[in-house]
Design a protein around this ligand. Structure first.
Ligand code: BES
Ligand code: MN
Ligand code: ZN
Length: 499
């Protein structure tokens, strides 16, 4: 999608539809008031009739065939007192999602007067919201009728700081594109999104952005003694792929941010096989990997002054004659022996070797993200991801930097009790710690593989994908944690390394 700003007045912009905001107080201001007057009070009438309450994402279409803007889309921005730039993205997303599917190609949006001083953030969210709202869930369907045909968004700059608008547009475009990439990678079924294909997608990101990409095979992992990662891969006919993407935005610095993403392209549970109900969702068990690959697309486009490496251990988890069996003991890259109690606790087995590898590369900060535990969905539902750390200052900085992205992270504890629960009688560790605090025992397991490097673990099991669409986003993969990872990378580049 093409996004730009112009100095045209709302009444002169030539598009398929002009989007104007409405707050729940029903007070018309800015371009909404101007358009209302031009249409003989049509918006006031709609508000007076109670047909539009200004709820966030609520939309009403008014035809205006005698005007250059052709149609007016009144879109709810929620409560004026609770205004934040994020809501612009959701409102624009709702309008473009609804009417892009009805054939409108060109949209313009007028920001409310309250957006003054927040131009960059509002434009970024508008671009991100418009782009992510057009994501196509039906790319496998013959019937193309439902496809979103939106092509462009014009942000009206009259009375606003256009330099800031344009900077926001560049950022929002890169972010929206990355979010949709992450969603496509995750939504694509596992017969198409194999570890090899995920590696190819990473290579394509490298080609598009100039980032160095290495996709390592099982022999390479063997040489690096990644016995834990390989123990998950050994039951699959699909070869594993250990994906490494290296971005050097600050070559003179030794600081290196590592982003590690769980890349289980399908999780059957292995020999500890999962029940049939809902198992198809496990095609999205590589949402963490999709998130870090897509984040590198945004980083390679925006080029912040930091160094970042993305690491995605990718494999299927399958039952087979060659599969790991419950009770087997495997040896991780750092020498730790792990008793595999449950082959369905495979995410931690691939992540631990990736964490060790990140440290051998000299990572000075590590963030891993994974659809790691069903327990996380029980604890936080779909409202927030769980965040755990060995360094509170680091996590506080991450949460502060990502607060206004639309993604939520909730600090959960890693008490020593949880680490104790992961001790095995016959190996150094076991891979499950019982039913209690399943998200935190998983986090504690990973923590033992991080020596001193500040580290954050994000469990995105409840947020990476959802069963219910919103007005602005289709269901399925949501692109979590791309918004947060990009925001944190930008904060690092702007403020230096904290934590
Ligand atoms: N990929 C799953 C976790 C998951 C479950 C994510 C549901 C999203 C929705 C993970 O590999 C898994 O199976 N975890 C087990 C761990 C248990 C065996 C200790 C779980 O959560 O049941
Ligand atoms: Mn599993
Ligand atoms: Zn899994």
């Amino acid at each position: 999608m093409h996004v730009r700003s112009v100095q045209d007045s709302p009444l002169s912009v030539r598009v398929g539809a002009l989007i104007v905001p409405l707050f729940t107080d029903g007070v018309l201001d800015g371009a909404t008031e101007v358009a209302d007057k031009a249409l003989g009070g049509a918006v006031s009438d709609i508000v007076a009739a109670g047909e539009h309450k200004g709820k966030l994402g609520e939309i009403t279409l008014v035809h205006a065939k005698d005007h250059p803007f052709r149609r007016l889309i009144v879109v709810g921005l929620g409560e004026r007192e609770k205004f934040e730039p994020l809501n612009i993205g959701r409102a624009v997303g709702a309008a473009v999602r609804a009417f892009g599917r009805k054939g409108i190609k060109e949209f313009a949006v007028a920001l409310p007067p309250i957006a003054k001083g927040h131009e960059s953030a509002c434009a970024s969210f508008a671009a991100e919201g418009a782009i992510s709202s057009t994501f196509d869930l039906g790319s496998y369907q013959k019937d193309t009728e439902k496809h979103n045909v939106a092509e462009s968004l014009t942000i009206l700059g009259e009375g606003f700081d256009t330099k800031a608008l344009d900077a926001g547009i560049v950022r929002g475009h890169a972010l929206g594109t990355a979010i949709n990439l992450a969603r496509r990678l995750a939504n694509t079924p596992a017969n198409d999104m194999t570890p090899t294909q995920l590696g190819n997608e990473a290579i394509a990101v490298g080609k598009a952005t100039g980032i160095q990409v290495d996709v390592h095979d099982a022999a390479w992992a063997e040489k690096h003694k990644m016995g834990s990662f390989l123990s998950v891969a050994q039951g699959s006919v699909q070869p594993p792929a250990f994906i490494v993407m290296t971005y050097k935005g600050d070559p003179s610095s030794n600081e290196l941010l590592a982003l590690v993403g769980k890349g289980i392209t399908f999780d059957t549970g292995g020999i500890s096989i999962k029940p049939a109900a809902g198992m198809e969702e496990m095609k999205m068990d590589m949402s963490g990997a999709a998130g870090v690959v897509a984040t590198m697309h945004a980083i390679g486009t925006l080029k912040p002054k930091i160094n970042v490496v993305a690491i995605a251990p990718a494999t299927e988890n399958m039952p087979d004659g060659k599969s790991t069996k419950p009770g087997d003991i495997v040896r991780a890259m750092n020498g730790t022996t792990i008793e595999v109690i449950n082959t369905d606790a495979e995410g931690r087995l691939v992540l631990c070797d990736a964490l060790t590898y990140a440290q051998t590369l000299g990572a000075t900060k590590i963030i891993d993200c994974a659809t790691l535990t069903g327990a996380c969905v029980i604890a936080l539902g779909h409202a927030a991801s769980a965040a755990m750390t060995n360094n509170d200052e680091f996590l506080n900085a991450f949460i502060a930097a990502t607060k206004h992205t639309g993604e939520r992270y909730w600090h959960m504890p890693l008490f020593d009790d949880y680490t104790q629960a992961m001790k095995s009688d016959i190996a150094d560790l076991k891979n499950t710690g019982g039913r209690a605090a399943g998200t935190l025992t998983a986090g504690a397991f990973l923590k033992t593989f991080v020596e001193k490097t500040p580290w954050i673990h994000l469990d995105i099991a409840g947020t990476a994908y959802v069963e219910k669409e919103t007005a602005w986003l289709s269901k399925g993969a949501q692109g979590v944690p791309v918004r947060a990872l990009v925001a944190y990378a930008e904060a690092l580049a702007a403020n230096g390394h904290v934590g």
